[in-house]
Design a protein around this ligand. Structure first.
Ligand SMILES: Cc1cc2nc3c(=O)[nH]c(=O)nc-3n(C[C@H](O)[C@H](O)[C@H](O)COP(=O)(O)OP(=O)(O)OC[C@H]3O[C@@H](n4cnc5c(N)ncnc54)[C@H](O)[C@@H]3O)c2cc1C
Length: 389
């Protein structure tokens, strides 16, 4: 930041990203206020399946893969600390992830992924027939080709979010529920605070972590970051004899929970801010689950839900400083927000302190949207509202 290290910060949004940043900043001795428009962690973050799977489908180098791998490395310590600070165990499952395929181009894709991942030093093991069945007997025999990724894990995201909420508060962050941020307060071009429920709240820096709603937040001369929601539905079955690890095929997955539930997900839909579960969503996910693990046929239906993933125009997160001093973004994590929470928190803290982030954030720079299509704000900071949530 232009004024040197910051010692107090406002975090807008109480999903996993805002909570992880609030906790990290509070641990570093900063004065932290997190403002959440509804209840903490009730949006995309607790809807997520909790896959920590940077290697899923990876067959070429790209900046998001590197960021995801770096965050995966931080996960065991992150989960341990949250559990110690909160008393809530986020149920990290360390049995690897199994990608399966049936035939043809899908099998070639597994070969390609395996070769690429090994070439960059990642663990990946091609399994076929009996070897696959020994690892995961529940998989339909027609899926006879597999790629085992021992370091891709999963976590119970709802538990992790509850743990983070408690940990952030115990570390000294102040969390305000029901405090919707209406706009940024800007003085002489610098963001100096926010307007929330009629109150002005001031701080040395503001971090926008408002998920799919980040595009609602602007200030005088400070345009909003273009973003949009991508709906994801999940069907939850069980208790049942669940697979021992997450199973993944194409864009479909089954993720087991410790209590015997199994999550079947997920859809990718542009449905605006509508987070209703649909008949076609339930039908498609249930059919895919039964095709992959036929024994689930007798599992009881448990529940179904949907959440709104936050997406930017190029599907990459927006991480780092805005053009206006005093403002940072941590949003647009789309399908990887649970996985990316620890690295996001670490990088944002370094930027708040005025340190070198120690990571090339160029591909994720929020200013990349600036020339193109940042929505314009008038002098009062008003922008046209997004559809109702
Ligand atoms: C079905 C589904 C499955 C998924 N599976 C995975 C997975 O397996 N692995 C993975 O890594 N990721 C997964 N994701 C993606 C992941 O859930 C998201 O990327 C992540 O939760 C985004 O976190 P967030 O904190 O940015 O957003 P959110 O959790 O949506 O939190 C944003 C918060 O900001 C608040 N807010 C909004 N506007 C304002 C305002 N004006 N003032 C104050 N507060 C405001 C909202 O109320 C909300 O609580 C999945 C998502 C879905 C929907």
């Amino acid at each position: 930041m232009t004024r040197g290290p910051i010692d107090d910060v406002i975090v807008v949004g109480g999903g996993i990203i805002g909570l992880a940043i609030a906790r990290e900043a509070a641990c570093a001795g900063m004065r932290v206020r997190l403002l959440e428009s509804g209840e903490i962690g009730r949006e995309a973050s607790s809807a997520a399946a909790g896959l920590l799977g940077p290697q899923l489908g990876a067959d070429h180098p790209d900046p998001l893969l590197s960021l995801c791998l770096a965050s995966r490395d931080l996960y065991p310590a992150f989960v341990r600390e949250v559990a110690e600070e909160s008393g809530i165990d986020p149920a990290l499952l360390e049995e690897g992830t199994l990608v399966v395929a049936r035939c043809g181009s899908d099998v070639e894709a597994l070969d390609r992924q395996c070769a690429f991942q090994r070439s960059i030093g990642l663990s990946a093991e091609r399994l076929r027939g009996e070897a696959l069945r020994r690892l995961e007997p529940s998989v339909n025999e027609e899926w006879a080709e597999g790629l085992y990724l021992p370091r891709d894990r999963s976590v119970d995201s709802a538990l992790l979010v509850r743990g983070l909420e408690r940990a952030a508060e115990r570390r000294g962050a102040r969390l305000r529920r029901g405090a919707r941020v209406a706009r940024l307060v800007v003085e002489s071009g610098r963001v100096v605070g926010v307007q929330a429920r009629g109150d002005r709240v001031s701080a040395g820096a503001v971090v926008i972590a408002a998920g799919a709603w980040s595009e609602e937040i602007a200030g005088a001369g400070v345009p909003a970051l273009p973003s949009h929601p991508v709906r994801g539905q999940i069907v939850c079955l069980g208790p049942a004899a669940v697979p021992g690890r997450p199973l993944y095929s194409h864009d479909f997955y089954l993720v087991p929970r410790r209590d015997g539930r199994v999550l079947a997900g997920s859809t990718m839909e542009r449905a605006g801010f509508d987070r209703r579960v649909t008949a076609s969503g339930i039908a498609a996910l249930t059919a895919a689950a039964l095709a992959l693990v036929p024994a689930l046929r007798d599992a009881p239906f448990h529940s179904a839900w949907a959440g709104l993933r936050p997406a930017t125009e190029d599907d990459l997160p927006a991480l780092g400083r805005a053009a206006a001093p005093g403002l940072l973004y941590a949003c647009g994590h789309l399908r990887q927000g649970i996985l990316l929470a620890p690295i996001t928190a670490r990088l944002i803290l370094r930027l708040l302190r005025g340190d070198d982030p120690g990571y090339d954030l160029t591909p994720f720079d929020p200013r990349r949207f600036q020339e193109k299509s940042f929505r314009s704000a008038d002098a009062s900071g008003q922008i046209s509202p997004a559809p109702a949530r």
